[in-house]
Every structure is written in C-alpha cells, then in structure tokens.
Write a protein that binds this ligand. Structure first.
Ligand code: GDP
Ligand code: MG
Length: 203
C-alpha cells in the first residue's frame, strides 16, 4: 500500500514553478519560457526514508486568488483540486518583489479559506532563481525569518536552472506533511524508472 499526497504549486507567472517540477521529475530545464495556461498534473512516485509515496503535483496556472469555496473551485478549471491539496509549495522569484507579494496574499487566503480542520496544512515558501542572487530584493535571512517566524511556513531557496536544492525542497515538504499525518488515500504500488539522490528517490 502506498500513500498519495497531493501538492499544489502556486506562484506568480514566470517565477519557475514548471521548471522546478520538471527539474525534480525529469532532470530537465529549458531557458525558453512557455507560460502554463492550463492546470497540469504530474504523478511521480518517491521514496522518503524507506517509505513510498505517490505524489500528485498540481502545476497551477496563474490564478487571481485562492478559491474561497468549493463551488468557485469547480467553476474555474485552473483551480481543480487546489482547495483540498495536502500541501502547498508557494514559489516566488528572489529578484521580483511583486512575486513575493503574490505569495504573501495566497498564503493569507489559504489560511482564511480552507476548512478550519485543515488550516494546519503544510506550506513551503520557495525562493527560486537563487543563481541570480546578486539581484535579490531582500536578504535571505530577513525573508527566512519573516516566513518561518511570522507566517509559520517552511522556507527554502533553490535554483531550478542549476538543480540546486530542488530535491531538498520536496524532501522538506514531504517530511512536514508526513509528520503531520496529511495522508489522503491508499493506492496500489506502481514502480516506474529510478533516480536516486540523498534519501529521497523519484521512482
Ligand atoms: P512558471 O510560469 O512559474 O511556470 O515559470 P517557468 O518554469 O515557465 O519559468 C519561467 C522562466 O524562468 C523560464 O524562462 C525559465 O527558463 C526561467 N527560470 C526558471 N527557473 C529559473 C532559475 O532557477 N534560474 C534562472 N536564471 N531562470 C529560471
Ligand atoms: Mg508554468
């Protein structure tokens, strides 16, 4: 039996959401920007600390706000599955303050709009494009303190371009999700190829 965890990846356009997911699953990166127009679901299987999990990673296209109700979610195809995700990755570009403001707004809306029993959902804030850090708008330490202490979210910086901290961020989020018992359902084991780094293995 394998546990399934759905993870919604949300952020402003162009911050690198698709690049992070594709680097994690396919070890692939493209300099060319192809905006994500429709919701896309990736389903890798991973092993963390000896346990297998099936991930349902939602690459969410730009949305103006977190769906405030189930009916709003069903009316807007881009948001399907977003309200009931087991965990969130909120991505911003460390060189773009507006993309951080967007993450701030979405985090607030997740806390306000999810059912109260699930308000403790794991949220990991990810600062992408670390390779461009000379142009960052705020020191890493200041953002990290704000996100961890005030927002009570995890914080990781990565570079999808250079595959730096990409596996780490998924490992970090999974660790928090599993520790909080955010389990969805059980499905049968499906083994695909294998790629191993650290103790987090993508199957
Ligand atoms: P999305 O709209 O959030 O899905 O963003 P994409 O993943 O499509 O990436 C947008 C643009 O940023 C593309 O041109 C990528 O090549 C570029 N990009 C993504 N991640 C990085 C990164 O870590 N560093 C740099 N320098 N560019 C990146
Ligand atoms: Mg995209």
């Amino acid at each position: 039996m394998v546990e399934t965890l759905s993870i919604a990846v949300i952020g402003a356009p162009g911050v690198g959401k698709t690049s992070i997911i594709r680097q994690f699953i396919y070890n692939d990166f493209s300099e060319a920007y192809t905006p994500t127009r429709t919701r896309y679901v990736y389903r890798p299987s991973v092993i963390l600390n000896g346990n297998m999990y099936e991930l349902k990673i939602l690459d969410v296209p730009p949305i103006s706000s977190f769906p405030s109700s189930s009916s709003q979610e069903w009316l807007d195809l881009r948001c399907r599955g977003v309200r009931n995700a087991n965990a969130y990755i909120l991505v911003y570009d460390i060189c773009c303050v507006e993309s951080f403001e967007y993450v701030k707004m979405i985090r607030q809306q997740i806390v306000e709009h999810r059912e109260s029993s699930s308000s403790e959902v794991p949220i990991l804030v990810v600062g992408n494009k670390r390779d461009l850090q000379r142009q960052r708008f705020m020191p890493r330490r200041a953002v990290s303190v704000l996100v961890k202490k005030t927002w009570k979210c995890g914080y990781v910086e990565c570079s999808a371009k250079f595959n730096w901290h990409v596996v780490l961020l998924f490992k970090e989020l999974l660790g928090i999700a599993v520790a909080r018992g955010m389990r969805q359902n059980h499905t049968s084991i499906r083994l695909q190829g294998a790629l191993q780094r650290n103790r987090c293995t993508i199957m």
